[in-house]
Design a protein around this ligand. Structure first.
Ligand SMILES: [Zn+2]
Length: 357
């Protein structure tokens, strides 16, 4: 039993799978043993009071990674403008995606019932009540989906329940934002014709659409046609940190009006007003973004989207095991048990219930 057992954390985003199916040094990181590598493994999730979350399958760009997006404290660079990586071909994306999906199901098989890849809200609730870690199969970008959507139907049957229309690069459906600071998220075109069909088909199948990383035009195009609540799994508030990855007030309002949810990203470069990559960023910076969304559109529309294993965390938090520190910080700021229940998991349960039905 963990100290936050009555407040299981359901996390909008992590990149833990990548260190298993695309390890940087060729050596997959253990998931069932506690290590200090990366931010997430099962023991640290349990220590942190986790109930589960979205596990992302991601196809890296062909060239070496550019590193973490953020202004550089060492060079004192207060602004940055990374170029947009090129689109990735379907033939390149599908085998990598297959590896990612397989890695998730292998973890489930090896877990002896401790983790479960969930497909329905009933399964999610059952897991949260029975200390089984509930994982949602999520694609961060639609590169592995063909424009005819054959792969979407196949991956849905395999368990895909959440799809980011674009990562920060173009694809045949949508365009992602380049990492820029300070800059508006209005950086390029919206949905293509195929993108509109993808949104409608996700609605019909019951696949949640994630609007993290998409251009502002793509956000509004989706908002205009989707039947589901708007969801942004890992982002922040543009008024507090003017990164392309953060949401304008109008976007935040639209999420609220749709009954949706925003998972607040913990990446220091998307939290700080100056955009600097400083790990000594205090936890109060995460609280600042949560407060802003809660005050603007209501506590029903704010959740957590850590970006563990894909970003630079405030060192005070450290990793998944540090989540009780954030919960305590929120409690100190006046968040009562009911508010914490909503932020940690209940808002996700509500939105997934509306989306997956
Ligand atoms: Zn991301």
């Amino acid at each position: 039993m963990t100290m936050n057992n009555d407040l299981p954390i359901f996390d909008g985003h992590n990149d833990a799978l990548q260190s298993i199916y695309r390890p940087k040094n060729g050596q997959p990181r253990p998931f069932f043993e506690r290590t200090d590598q990366g931010h997430t493994d099962l023991p640290r999730m349990l220590e942190g009071g986790y109930g589960g979350g979205f596990f992302a399958v991601f196809v890296p760009s062909g060239k070496p990674e550019e590193g973490f997006p953020g202004a550089d404290a060492k060079s004192g660079k207060a602004a940055y403008e990374l170029s947009l990586p090129p689109a990735i071909e379907l033939a390149q994306a599908q085998p990598v995606t297959m590896q990612g999906v397989a890695s998730l199901f292998r973890l489930e098989a090896e877990s002896e019932g401790r983790i479960k890849v969930i497909r329905t809200v009933d399964e999610l609730i059952h897991c949260l009540q029975n200390q089984v870690i509930a994982l949602v199969l999520h694609f961060e970008g639609a590169e592995a989906i063909d424009p005819e959507l054959d792969a979407l139907h196949v991956f849905y049957q395999a368990g895909l329940r959440s799809l980011g229309l674009a990562w920060s690069r173009p694809n045949v459906f949508a365009h992602g934002v380049p990492f820029r600071f300070p800059h508006s998220p209005d950086t390029g075109p919206g949905l293509t014709g195929a993108g509109r069909e993808l949104v409608k088909t996700c609605n019909r199948l019951g696949i949640m659409i994630d609007l993290a990383h998409i251009t502002e035009k793509g956000f509004w195009d989706t908002a205009g046609i989707t039947a589901a609540p708007l969801v942004v799994t890992h982002a922040g508030v543009h008024a507090l940190c003017p990164s392309t990855r953060n949401l304008t007030d109008r976007q935040i309002d639209a999420v609220g009006e749709s009954g949706g949810v925003i998972g607040i990203n913990f990446h220091v470069g998307f939290l700080r007003e100056d955009g600097l990559l400083k790990a000594d960023t205090p936890l109060s910076q995460i609280v600042r973004h949560i407060d802003y969304v809660a005050q603007r559109i209501g506590i029903e529309h704010v959740a957590l989207g850590s970006d563990f294993d894909g970003a630079i965390m405030p060192q005070e938090l450290g990793d998944a095991a540090g989540m009780p520190k954030l919960i305590n910080c929120l409690r100190d700021q006046g968040y009562d048990h009911d508010a914490l229940r909503k932020v940690t998991h209940a808002n996700w349960v509500r939105v997934l219930g509306k989306t997956w039905q």
